[in-house]
Design a protein around this ligand. Structure first.
Ligand SMILES: [Zn+2]
Length: 483
C-alpha cells in the first residue's frame, strides 16, 4: 500500500452502497488500506495524494467469489465437454491424488492470479485436495503471497472425495482431519489478515450424520464459518437441508452452494436460518447439477452470492456468470408470460441486482461484508477500474449495463486489494508470466501422465457409477449405443 493517499478521479462510480446514488461521476479517496471518501468531488491537497485518472472508466468494488476449487487451475478447460460424473472421475481419482505440495503451490498461484486479473479481489478457495500437512502449508503460503483477499476453505483430501466417483450412494465415514486445528493455531490467529480460514464441509450428501456433526462441531470450536455443497443433481433426493435443520445444524454462518435440487421448502429453511447461498449458475447448467435456483432463492427472500466453482469446465469470468444468471431468470419468466398468452412487459431481475450478487452479497456470504463488497467510506479499498475507451464500450450510457453485458477481463485496467494496486494498466504488477507458465506446464504434464490423460478434448472413461445420480445407469450406458 502507498504511503500517500490515492485519489481515483473522474470515473463513473458504481459503489453498490445502498446509501449512495446508483451511478455518478465522482471520486474515491483511499488512505492506507481503507476507503475514506466517495463523493462527486473530494477536496485534497495535491502534494499528499497520488492521482489515478479514471476518466472514461467505471470504478466499482472488486468481484467476490464464494466457492472455487482453485487447485484445479493447471487443468483449466480440460473438461469443457464433461458432465459432473466425468469431473469426479478425473479430478478426484486420476489427478487430485497425484498433486505434490509444490504442485499445490503452483496451482494456487496460477488460480489466484487468474482471479485477480479477472477483477476478483476476494476468493473463497474451496480446497478439497489437502492431501497432507505439507500440501496445506504450501496452499497457505500461496494464499498469503498472492496479494488477494482470500478464504481458505478446508475441505479434506481428494482421496476422501474419490470414493464418490465409484459409488453414487457413498457416504464418507472418515472423521474430519485435525490438521485444520494446526492451521488455525499456526497461521490464522488474527482476524485482520488478508487470508482467513473456513470449514469446507462434506455435508449430509457426502458423509454420514456422525461425520457431519463432527465437522460442524470442529468449525464451532475453531470459530470458523462453514461452506457446504447441497442439491447437486440427484444427491438432493436425501433432502440435505432438511437433515441439517432436523439436527440443529442449520446455522446462520453456513453458506449453501448450488441448491439446484433442494426443495422450495428447504430453500425457505435456509432463508429462515439467516444462512447464505452461493450459486455457480453457468457451471451448474453445463455439468448437470440441475436448473439454477436463482429465482427460487430470490422468492424465499435470499439475495444470493455467485461462484465460479471449477475452471476445468467453465471460465473464471464473473461477467459470464452474471450474464448466465440474467439469461436463465429472464428466459424462464418471459417464457412463463408467453405461455399465458401475453408478451413480457417487464424483467424480473436487473443488471444492478447481479452486480450486487457478484460483490456485496459475496462479501456477506464470506462473512466479510462489514469490511468489503461495496465502495463505502470505512471499508477496505478492494476495487477495480474498468476502462471504457474501446469501440465496444463508447459512449458510456449505463455503467451497470455496460459492466454486465459489455465488459470482459481485458477491460479491467486496475485492481486494488486493501489499498494495494495488484493490477495496473491491464497487467498484474507482480506476475512473471513466463516463469509461471514454465512451472504450470511442467505441473500439468505430470498430472496428465499420472492420470492417463491427454490434451485436446480427452474424456475419462467412467470406471465407477459416476459421481451423481442413478449410478448403475450412468456407468453402464456411457459408452453404449445399444439402448
Ligand atoms: Zn464445488
Amino acid at each position: 500500500m502507498s504511503d500517500r493517499d490515492i485519489l481515483i478521479r473522474g470515473g463513473t462510480i458504481l459503489s453498490v452502497d445502498p446509501d449512495l446514488p446508483n451511478e455518478f461521476i465522482g471520486e474515491v479517496l483511499v488512505r492506507g488500506s481503507k476507503i475514506v471518501a466517495v463523493a462527486p468531488k473530494i477536496e485534497v491537497s495535491p502534494e499528499n495524494v497520488e492521482i489515478i485518472d479514471a476518466t472514461n472508466s467505471i470504478v466499482m468494488p472488486g468481484f467476490v467469489d464464494t466457492h472455487r476449487h482453485t487447485w484445479q487451475a493447471p487443468l483449466r478447460y480440460i473438461g469443457t465437454d464433461w458432465t459432473i460424473a466425468h469431473y469426479a472421475e478425473a479430478m478426484f481419482r486420476r489427478f487430485g491424488p497425484s498433486y505434490t505440495p509444490d504442485d499445490m503451490f503452483v496451482a494456487l498461484q496460477l488460480g489466484i492470479a487468474e482471479a485477480l486479473e479477472a477483477g476478483f479481489t476476494q476468493l473463497f478457495d474451496w480446497n478439497h485436495n489437502l492431501l497432507s500437512p505439507d500440501h496445506a502449508d504450501e496452499v497457505v503460503r500461496a494464499h498469503m503471497e498472492s496479494g488477494a483477499r482470500t478464504i481458505l476453505g478446508y475441505g479434506q483430501s481428494s482421496r476422501e472425495w474419490a470414493a464418490l466417483a465409484a459409488r453414487a450412494d457413498h457416504k464418507s465415514i472418515d472423521a474430519p482431519s485435525r490438521d485444520i486445528e494446526r492451521l488455525r493455531k499456526r497461521y490464522f490467529t488474527s482476524n485482520d489478515q488478508l487470508t482467513q480460514l473456513a470449514m469446507a464441509a462434506r455435508g449430509p450428501e457426502l458423509s454420514t450424520l456422525e461425520v457431519v456433526k463432527a465437522e460442524w462441531e470442529q468449525a464451532r470450536d475453531l470459530d470458523l464459518r462453514i461452506s457446504v455443497h447441497c442439491g447437486n443433481g440427484t444427491w438432493a433426493k436425501i433432502r440435505p437441508v432438511q437433515i441439517l435443520r432436523d439436527n440443529d445444524l442449520l446455522w446462520s454462518n453456513v453458506t449453501h452452494i448450488h441448491c439446484n435440487g433442494v426443495t422450495d421448502e428447504e430453500i425457505q429453511m435456509i432463508a429462515d436460518s439467516g444462512g447464505t447461498v452461493s450459486l455457480s449458475v453457468e457451471e451448474e447448467m453445463h455439468m448437470g447439477h440441475g436448473h439454477p435456483a436463482v429465482e427460487r432463492v430470490l422468492r424465499a427472500g435470499i439475495r444470493p452470492s455467485f461462484s465460479i466453482d471449477t475452471c476445468t469446465n467453465v471460465s473464471g469470468s464473473m461477467f459470464a456468470l452474471m450474464k448466465a444468471a440474467l439469461s436463465v431468470v429472464r428466459g424462464d419468466s418471459n417464457e412463463r408470460r408467453l405461455r399465458e398468452g401475453a408478451d413480457p412487459i417487464s424483467l424480473d431481475l436487473s443488471v444492478r441486482d447481479v452486480i450486487e450478487f457478484a460483490t456485496l452479497q459475496g462479501a456477506r456470504a464470506n462473512g466479510l461484508d462489514h469490511l468489503t463488497g461495496s465502495l463505502t467510506p470505512g471499508k477496505q479499498a478492494d476495487l477495480m477500474i474498468i476502462a471504457c475507451d474501446t469501440v465496444g464500450m463508447i459512449p458510456l450510457n449505463y455503467a451497470a449495463g455496460a459492466v454486465v453485458m459489455g465488459a470482459h477481463q481485458g477491460n479491467i485496467d486496475t485492481v486494488m486489494v486493501a489499498g494495494r494496486i495488484v493490477k495496473r494498466h491491464g497487467k498484474l504488477v507482480d506476475l512473471d508470466i513466463e516463469s509461471l507458465r514454465g512451472r504450470v506446464e511442467a505441473c500439468r504434464d505430470r498430472l496428465l501422465e499420472a492420470g492417463g490423460a491427454s490434451l485436446g478434448g480427452w474424456v475419462p472413461e467412467l470406471t465407477g457409477a459416476g459421481a451423481v445420480g442413478d449410478g448403475a445407469v450412468a456407468a453402464g450406458h456411457t459408452h453404449s449405443h445399444s439402448h
